[in-house]
Ligand binder design. Structure first.
Ligand SMILES: Nc1nc2c(ncn2[C@@H]2O[C@H](COP(=O)(O)OP(=O)(O)O)[C@@H](O)[C@H]2O)c(=O)[nH]1
Ligand SMILES: [Mg+2]
Length: 300
């Protein structure tokens, strides 16, 4: 492979909430960077996952789900981030689920169509189909929706056909030198990624509205004596949410902490000591200033 054949570019993973964008990003990059849960709107930030080989560098863009709910400052913020991530990239990978097109897929489809760049349709969660024959009518129906550059069924969870998706994306990337150092896997700092791992456990461990009322900040991130010492604060919106997060005898917070700590050790490849606190900051999700100070500022 000569240097002049090297391909490099950006591919945005787009789609409705919960369709599997973050799971797919982790799978494509081969490292867990983006947090996932069975709940909509787990992803709140744009995150780059960078995959470099001898012949190419693909920069995947994970985004919050595209949805039409614009109520509240957080929803508006999430929509802005997701919208902006469709611009200035080389191709869009639009995800739908193998169970079929839903109304919630129409808005991401419209936005993807408007960009005037190649759109690859990834039909995700194909592991949930009893019979792969069911894909044929779905592919047929999808062809009518728009002129997709490619249509590729995958399972992000079971790693089915993900390599073929990767090959397809490569075709739409320009020949150019890598944009990021070849050993870099994300644009996000370790501090950011570990804060997200705490948020992931909150989304996985708690029902109802509480996860949506929480944010996480890292107060300390220090390497000492072969271990990493991390102190994190979980911010809640109301006093009444605090006992829900902490749980009876502190059990829930303990579970969140120990699971997040294990995930951090895996990510950082080092022993982690984690201190977790819960604090109240009333109305943070609807205050522009609080949103900014917690890292929810518009990202370019
Ligand atoms: N069965 C199945 N579940 C999946 C697949 N991909 C993602 N999921 C699940 O779908 C849920 C949402 O995934 P996530 O990646 O957070 O979706 P996002 O909101 O689009 O980023 C999680 O519970 C995932 O485990 C898949 O290929 N098959
Ligand atoms: Mg996500």
């Amino acid at each position: 492979m000569s240097e002049t054949d090297f391909r490099c570019g950006l591919a945005t993973l787009a789609g409705r909430p919960n369709v599997g964008k973050s799971t797919l990003l982790n799978n494509l990059v081969g490292q867990k960077l983006s947090i996932t849960s069975s709940r909509a709107q787990t992803t709140r930030h744009r995150l780059l996952g960078i995959k470099t080989s001898d012949s190419a560098q693909i920069i995947y863009v994970d985004t919050p789900g595209l949805q039409t709910d614009n109520k509240g400052m957080m929803n508006r913020y999430l929509n802005r981030v997701a919208n902006a991530s469709l611009q200035g990239v080389d191709c869009i990978v639009l995800l739908i689920a193998a169970s079929g097109w839903t109304r919630a897929d129409e808005y991401p489809l419209q936005l993807a169509m408007q960009q005037g760049i190649p759109v690859i349709l990834a039909i995700n969660k194909m592991d949930q189909l009893k019979d792969r024959q069911q894909l044929l009518p779905l592919i047929e129906e999808s062809h009518k929706k728009m002129n997709f550059a490619e249509i590729i069924p995958v399972s992000a969870l079971k790693t089915t056909n993900v390599d073929n998706l990767q090959k397809a994306i490569l075709k739409y990337l320009p020949v150019q030198a890598p944009l990021y150092p070849v050993d870099q896997i994300s644009d996000r700092s370790e501090r950011f990624l570990v804060a997200e791992l705490v948020r992931e456990q909150i989304f996985r461990g708690l029902r109802q509205e509480v996860p949506y009322a929480t944010a996480v900040s890292i107060e300390q991130f220090k390497r000492a004596k072969g271990a990493i010492h991390i102190d994190a604060t979980i911010w809640v919106d109301k006093e009444g949410q605090k006992p829900i997060l902490i749980g009876k005898d502190g059990e829930r917070l303990k579970t969140i902490g120990s699971r997040a700590r294990l995930a951090m050790q895996k990510l950082l490849g080092a022993k982690v000591h984690l201190g977790l606190w819960v604090k109240v900051r009333e109305g943070w999700a609807d205050s522009e200033r609080a949103l900014r100070s917690l890292g929810y500022a518009d990202e370019s």
